[in-house]
Design a binder for this molecule. Structure first.
Ligand code: SF4
Length: 451
């Protein structure tokens, strides 16, 4: 029997499985049995899954886990023997005592001995960099709505839900035909496609293609994990998944058999989002948006108005104008306040804005709010910090004083305007005094809600 204070690291045995799952579900999901459900292809059945676990015991207590999952990574024509690292965790009461460092050192040695070509993990690059992992790029998750898909070229595509008995072999072949990604044996892919949070569709006629995705709870957006098939079909599938419709206003496939692929008219009850702007070149030091979304672009005002008219015709009562950096909106000399005024004049009951960067055009927006009662008197102004030093480190282009002056002007113009904001706590280099200054600014401004 091991003594307290004595650490043992070893590969899990079948008898460890129950404790191992309790530990990682406890660390990551407050004890709910999520690993077995969400990643059944890794954690079930127990007689197989226990082998991926590497455990650190102190005495007889299990306090740390490191998962090493064998994969084949496809890179062009080559298959690399790959260790996927996952469920790296220490029991909360034993954190900060070097448990994970011991496990990672052990894990690296274990992978070398087992002849892995490469190992991959998603996580804190600075921390894992100490053990030899290197960043290979940023992972960007694309959530689609109708504004992301070019509607002009896409051919109509009908989808039906994936049926394992009928489609597994074809999906499996297509999945593994991709030059990049993971190579999956058939039985593991079957489990992957059964993940409860994923939906898989295949084309219902024409060239075979499939899509794996997750839907937002209200089905207003879809997060696409992968769409595989001939390029011309892929665009059509994205269009269908985004619930869009062609330009003539008819649903893309009125006869669609699946409830997951509704037409645009079903995608909102009374509030509809209209994306009018994308991209940002402000380059705040913490933000990936400029790399992920590119330079600022605006949707021409006539297209925005046409879209609003269509949505009103479909029953929308409220239009929310959205964008990455909405204050940058510009179309043939029309700025954001000008656009809001035009949308407000369409007869919509309410026009609302998503967040607007401080100092962009808020005074102009106040004037529009006064002139158009259907423009909602609410602005989301991301403060981020109440310390000038932190704002400078963040690369934000205003000082606390200017932010507060703007709020003052805004409230003079529209006394009942409601303000909400975003704040980043614990930004690198932030001191307790900086944080206290942020709290003070929030108190002084009296935001109605903080993110
Ligand atoms: S302004 Fe907003 S979107 Fe642009 S870089 Fe800064 S945080 Fe990111």
């Amino acid at each position: 029997m091991n003594q307290p204070g004595q650490f043992t690291i070893r590969q899990a045995r079948l008898g460890d499985y129950g404790r191992m799952m309790r530990l990682i579900n406890g660390i990551f999901f407050q004890g709910r049995r999520v690993f077995e459900k969400k990643w059944a292809h890794i954690y079930l059945p127990p007689e197989k899954a226990y082998r991926w676990g590497h455990l650190l015991y102190e005495g007889d207590e299990l306090i740390g886990h490191l998962g090493i999952y064998p994969l084949w990574l496809k890179v062009g024509g080559a298959l690399l023997k790959t260790a996927g690292i996952g469920a790296v965790g220490t029991r909360p009461d034993r954190r900060g005592q070097g448990v994970m460092s011991r496990l990672l050192q052990y894990g690296c040695e274990h992978m070398r001995q087992d002849g892995y070509d490469i190992s991959i993990l998603w996580g804190d690059r600075f921390r894992y960099g100490n053990y030899g992992w290197e960043p290979v790029g940023e992972a960007v998750e694309w959530v689609l709505d109708t504004r992301h898909v070019d509607r002009r070229e896409a051919p109509p595509v009908r989808l039906r839900p994936y049926d394992p008995a009928r489609d597994l072999v074809r999906v499996w072949r297509l999945w593994n035909a991709q030059p990049f990604g993971t190579w999956q044996p058939r039985d593991r892919l079957e489990l992957i496609l059964r993940r409860p949070d994923w939906k898989t569709f295949v084309t219902a006629g024409g060239p075979f293609a499939f899509a794996v995705c997750q839907f937002a709870a209200d089905r207003t957006a879809v997060c696409v994990d992968r769409v595989v098939g001939p390029p011309a079909v892929v665009q059509g599938i994205l269009l269908r998944l985004a619930g869009s419709r062609p330009r003539d206003g008819r649903p893309a496939s009125a006869a669609e058999p699946t409830p997951h692929c509704e037409g645009a008219a079903h995608r909102f009850r009374t509030r509809a989002m209209v994306k009018v702007q994308d991209g940002c070149d402000t380059r705040c030091s913490y933000c990936i948006v400029p790399d992920a979304r590119g330079v600022p672009r605006s949707v021409p005002a006539d297209r925005v108005l046409a879209e609003c008219e269509q949505l009103l015709g479909d029953g929308a009562r409220e239009i929310v104008l959205t964008g990455i950096n909405l204050g940058n909106y510009e179309s043939c000399g029309l700025d954001l306040p000008g656009l809001v005024a035009k949308v407000a004049s369409t007869g919509v009951d309410r026009v609302r804005l998503s967040s607007v960067e401080p100092l962009s055009c808020t005074v102009g927006l106040a004037a529009v709010m006064r002139e158009h009662p259907n423009v909602v008197r609410h602005l989301h102004l991301p403060l981020q910090s109440g310390s000038d030093a932190v704002l400078e480190a963040m690369g934000r282009r205003y000082t606390v004083r200017r932010f507060e002056d703007e709020v003052f002007e805004l409230r003079e113009a529209v006394p009942d305007v409601v303000l909400t904001t975003d704040v980043i706590a614990g930004f690198p280099g932030e001191t307790p005094e900086d944080h206290a200054a942020t709290v003070d600014v929030c108190d002084r401004v009296g935001f109605s809600r903080l993110h």
